[in-house]
Ligand binder design. Structure first.
Ligand SMILES: [Zn+2]
Ligand SMILES: [Zn+2]
Length: 418
C-alpha cells in the first residue's frame, strides 16, 4: 500500500491521474432511491470541487457544504448560498486521497451518512435523479460492508471470515454496475454498504489482516459467498433454496449454532388457513393429522400422499424464519417448531461466531461451511508469478494491472459501455 500513498499523496497526480491511486472501488449510493436534491458537507480534510472537468473550488474545507439539485438532466450547484451554475458532473476529490464527507438527501429526506474519500455526482442514466458515487479504497469499503452485516462484539477471526467473504463478492462482481457507471451499488442487490466504519476498529484490522484474500472454487472462480443468521444445526444445499447446484454450497451439519439466539422458533397458524393453502397447491387430506411433518434433517419439500410443495414457497407464504421446521396439528391450529433463521445456504453466522469463540481460525470456519474451495491471496506484495500467469486467477483479480484502471471516472466508464 505504500506506493499508493506515495502516489496519491503527491499533489501533481491528484487531479490528472487519480487512476494511479490503486485499489479503489466505486460504489453507487442510494441506488434504489431517485434522489433529486442532496447536500454534500465536508466533515474532515479538504475537497477540490471539479465541475465538468474544470476546477471550481480548490479547497472546500471542513464544515462547508454544497447543495446539489437535479435539474433538466444536469446539476445545479450552490455553495455558501451562491449559485455556481448548472453542470453535467461534479467531482469532490479529497485532498491527499483523504477526507470524510456526509451526504444528506433533501428530496426525498434521507438520514445523513458519512463516507471516506471521493464523491462523483451527475444525472443518473435514466434521468430520474442524481447518481452519487463514492469512490474509496477497497479496505475502507470492505470495513463498511462488514460493519453493515455484523455487530462489533465477535472475535477477530469471525470478522476476518466476513471480510474475506465480502472481498470475494467484490472481486466476483466488480463490473456488475459497469453500465451504470460504478462497480457495486450500496443496497442488498450487491452488498449492503452504509458508509464509513464508525464503531468497530477491530473490523478494520480484520480487513487489513486479510488483504487480497478471497475464496475460490475448484475451477478457480470466486465463490458465491452466501451466508445467513443461523442454520439451526444443518445448512442447506444451494439447489434446495435456489435453482443452481453449486459444488461448494453443500449441506453441512453444524453443532456450533444450536444454543444461539436464532436456533429455535415456534409459530402457530390456523389449521383452516394451512389446509386451504395446501389444498390450493394440490395437497388435499381427509384427516388433518396427515398434514404433520417431521424434519429430522433438512428436506426440500413438504410432502403429503405423493403431492409436494417446496418448503421455500411455504416459508415465503407464511413469513417463516426458516424452512427447517416440523408441523403438528394441535386443536384448531398447526404448530410449527422451527430451527434456524434465514435461507440456510453457506455460512451460518452464529455458528461461525461460536467457532471463532472456541479458537477456530478464519480458514477453519470457511472450510467448514464452503466445501471444495481454496483460499488464495491477491495481495500484490505476495502474489506469486505463477498466480499472475494463471489466466483464471488473473481474470478475477481486479488489481491485476500495475496501474489498475478501476478508478476511471464515471463519465469514462459510461462512454466505454455505450
Ligand atoms: Zn447492485
Ligand atoms: Zn449453524
Amino acid at each position: 500500500m505504500s506506493y499508493m500513498r506515495l502516489c496519491c499523496g503527491a499533489a501533481a497526480c491528484l487531479f490528472f491521474s487519480l487512476s494511479l491511486c490503486a485499489q479503489k472501488v466505486s460504489v453507487g449510493l442510494f441506488f434504489d432511491v431517485p434522489v433529486k436534491a442532496a447536500t454534500f458537507t465536508v466533515q474532515s480534510g479538504s475537497y477540490a470541487i471539479i465541475v465538468d472537468d474544470t476546477l471550481l473550488i480548490a479547497a472546500l474545507d471542513r464544515g462547508a457544504s454544497m447543495q446539489l439539485l437535479h435539474s433538466n438532466g444536469g446539476l445545479r450547484v450552490r455553495i455558501a448560498g451562491d449559485n455556481m451554475g448548472t453542470f453535467a458532473s461534479v467531482k469532490a476529490v479529497g485532498m491527499g486521497d483523504e477526507g470524510i464527507f456526509s451526504i444528506i438527501g433533501a428530496n426525498p429526506q434521507l438520514s445523513s451518512r458519512s463516507y471516506a474519500q471521493h464523491a462523483f455526482i451527475r444525472s443518473a442514466n435514466d434521468g430520474s435523479g442524481l447518481l452519487i458515487v463514492n469512490q474509496l479504497n477497497e479496505d475502507f469499503y470492505l470495513s463498511g460492508v462488514v460493519e453493515a452485516e455484523t455487530g462489533c462484539s465477535a472475535k477477530p477471526e469471525f470478522f476476518k471470515t466476513q471480510a474475506i467473504l465480502s472481498r470475494t463478492y467484490l472481486y466476483a462482481h466488480f463490473n456488475r454496475h459497469a453500465k451504470d457507471g460504478f462497480n457495486l451499488c450500496d443496497g442488498v442487490h450487491c452488498q449492503a454498504y452504509k458508509g464509513l466504519l464508525t464503531r468497530c476498529r477491530r473490523i478494520r484490522t480484520a480487513v487489513d489482516e486479510t488483504e487480497g484474500t478471497i475464496v475460490i472454487d475448484s475451477e478457480k472462480r470466486p465463490i458465491t459467498p452466501s451466508f445467513h443468521a443461523n442454520c439451526g444445526g444443518q445448512t442447506s444445499h444451494s439447489e434446495n433454496v435456489w435453482r443452481e447446484k453449486l459444488p461448494y454450497l453443500r449441506s453441512v451439519k453444524d453443532d456450533y449454532c444450536k444454543q444461539q439466539q436464532g436456533a429455535r422458533w415456534q409459530k402457530r397458524i390456523a389449521l383452516t388457513e394451512w389446509r386451504g393453502y395446501m389444498s390450493q397447491n394440490g395437497i388435499r387430506v381427509k384427516n388433518s393429522k396427515q398434514l404433520e411433518l417431521a424434519q429430522p434433517s433438512r428436506k426440500k419439500y413438504y410432502e403429503v400422499g405423493g403431492k409436494k410443495v417446496e418448503l421455500t414457497k411455504i416459508r415465503q407464504r407464511f413469513g417463516l424464519r426458516s424452512t427447517f421446521f416440523d408441523v403438528r396439528v394441535v386443536g384448531g391450529d398447526v404448530a410449527l417448531t422451527g430451527r434456524g433463521y434465514g435461507h440456510g445456504v453457506g455460512m451460518c453466522q452464529e455458528g461461525a461466531i461460536q467457532m471463532a469463540e472456541q479458537g477456530a481460525k478464519c480458514e477453519d470456519i470457511l472450510r467448514h461451511y464452503y466445501k471444495n474451495t481454496s483460499i488464495i491471496s491477491f495481495n500484490q506484495a505476495h502474489s506469486t508469478p505463477a498466480m499472475r500467469q494463471d489466466s483464471m486467477l488473473y481474470l478475477f483479480n481486479p488489481w491485476r494491472n500495475e496501474t489498475p484502471d478501476t478508478t476511471t471516472f464515471i463519465d469514462d466508464q459510461v462512454m466505454q459501455n455505450k
